[in-house]
Design a binder for this molecule. Sequence first.
Ligand code: F1P
Length: 346
Amino acid sequence: IRDCMRGRLNALEGQLVLGGIHNYQQNIINAERIIIIACGTSWHSGLVAEYMFEEFARIPVEVEYASEFRYRNPVIKEGDVVIAISQSGETADTLAAMEMAKERGAIVLGICNVVGSSIARVSHEGVYTHAGPEIGVASTKAFTAQLIVLAMIALKLGRRRGTITEGRFRELLIELDQIPEKVKKSLDLDEQTKEISAVFKDAKNFLYLGRGYNFPVALEGALKLKEISYIHAEGYPAAEMKHGPIALIDEDMPVVFIATRDSSYDKVVSNIQEVKARKGKVIAIVSEGDSLIPGIADYVIEVPHTFEGFMPLVSVIPLQLLSYHIAVMRGCNVDQPRNLAKSVTV
Ligand code: F1P
């Protein structure tokens, strides 16, 4: 993360240059709409970015699966900016969606990890995350690095568009600077997540629930579990639980809540109570020092607290660890999961 941030905070403070976005800065600042295209984990980063861009920069954002976007007939208008996110920089669906958006006149920016990759070449301009190679197939640190870059773009846009105050901008910048330490602390949760994994390693299904910024984290937690441990898992916005998934809850259903202290905290607490009333087993990711949820949930994992928009950077770590330990305990190859390719190039 430090590598990914190096130089960029200074850039934000000074010339407001971000990564490789130079010539098209004004297009993104004046964008009438941002369309984010990506697949898999990168799509989840895009969802977090939607919340950040709309909150800080007040630009409408749409987040599309590249694999759908490329095959439909989307309306792309002048003034639209497309941001493609990809770890490998080689995902065929994302590339095809970018080409299509370019043909229709959009400015296409890329955020990817691999220098010189196809997605970097197709973009008008872009930012490298410099997260280093993912050793395994499933994206983990790429997610974190993408979120950092997207947070910095969102802050920069907010400042330049005048939609956040200078004071707030500085406050958030200082908070962002503390993220590497907080991520490090979250990695210390390894032993605790291992113990919880041993309890749930034979579960047949998992539900992941979160609200606001933690909703994409719920999706990402479920995806990681599916990808590397082959357990069926679904991520949902916690508020949607009552519209269907609540029917699944019984004593055999582990439900992971991402319930950090944010603007939807009280509502998430009542969702946890609803699950407990139906005998579901609750594993809750909470902010350090939470005194309410430990009295309700079956298992509680405390993560360092930060501004709610940056919380996914911290709250995703125990979910990645949980998937990892469950997969190892089930004898799965975490680096090379069956049926999954590192770059989906077809
Ligand atoms: C997208 C992705 C990854 C996933 C797996 C297959 O890749 O869906 O999120 O973990 O590796 O591909 P990318 O476009 O971000 O490289």
